[in-house]
Design a binder for this molecule. Structure first.
Ligand SMILES: [Zn+2]
Length: 271
């Protein structure tokens, strides 16, 4: 099969091997037309059952930074891209958003230091819509959950900004820093949203997880990721690695607050 020449079905290019070297079209075999194979390719597009997805996720947990590093170095076949991983996890997350991370309900928003200002805006908006606060909260939460799915990219870009400054000497491109931030966001979605939600649900720990406990978990898990990933991705080491990692985590917390404020105003505007 390797040595026979094929005429590409899509672009009429003549080539050898299983894929067209001009457009990437695959040569179909009998196996590709079996029912199992069709079912597989449907599932592959969803990537939940894709072994590549599981392997990539495992890499993120086990060796933080390697996915972003390999992707920016041009090794893109073995794993799914940080961006795909992020979007699949994002899809998962919004099915059971118990832990408020990138999605923030009205109650969570009102924990913000800006809440006195928020309350005035909410009251005005509820009056202009002709609904009471209870109905307003319901409408708000529905709207914000939908918006958060898209708006989460704002958080990723915000969190990549300090990387440009902290590691400007490393000769990376803007998109390389974004790749790092995407992997970090994927890590957070999985560990601090999905897994934490499952633990809380299974162990029934809901009432023990206050804001302080959540912050401690957030800092610890992010320190693990950022220390290891900055070593792998930026080759940073020693005290510089520790200081820059701590600065980055502090900034992450600020970026999360800033993101939530933006989400609040956008939701209010779109209601
Ligand atoms: Zn072709």
């Amino acid at each position: 099969m390797i040595s026979t020449t094929h005429i590409c079905k899509s672009c009429a290019n003549e080539f050898t091997g299983s894929f067209c070297n001009q457009c990437g079209e695959k040569v179909l075999t009998k196996k590709d037309k079996s029912f199992q194979s069709i079912l597989n390719s449907v599932l592959l597009t969803v990537t939940f059952t894709d072994s590549k997805f599981i392997r990539t996720l495992w890499q993120v947990l086990r060796n933080p930074g390697t996915i972003a590093r390999d992707f920016s170095a041009g090794k893109r076949v073995k794993n799914i891209s940080p961006m795909s991983l992020f979007f699949v996890l994002n899809l998962f997350y919004f099915f059971f958003p118990v832990i408020q991370l990138f999605n923030a309900s009205l109650t969570t928003q009102l924990l913000s230091p800006l809440s006195p200002f928020y309350k005035t805006l909410i009251a005005t908006k509820a009056v202009s819509m002709g609904v009471d606060i209870k109905a307003f909260a319901m409408l708000y939460n529905l709207k914000t959950a939908t918006l958060a799915k898209l708006m989460v990219m704002v958080f990723v870009v915000l969190s990549s900004l300090p990387l440009n400054v902290l590691y400007w000497k490393k000769n990376k491109y803007f998109m390389d820093h974004v790749g790092f931030a995407v992997e970090l966001a994927a890590f957070n979605l999985f560990v601090n949203a999905i897994v934490l939600t499952l633990i809380v649900r299974i162990a029934g720990l809901g009432t023990y997880l206050d804001e302080i406990t959540l912050t401690v978990i957030f800092i610890t898990t992010n320190l693990y990721f950022v220390l290891r990933a900055s070593f792998v991705f930026y080759h940073e080491r020693g005290w510089r690695l520790v200081v820059k990692s701590l600065v980055l985590i502090l900034f992450l917390k600020v970026a999360l607050e800033a993101y939530r404020s933006i989400l609040f105003f956008v939701t209010l505007f779109m209601l």
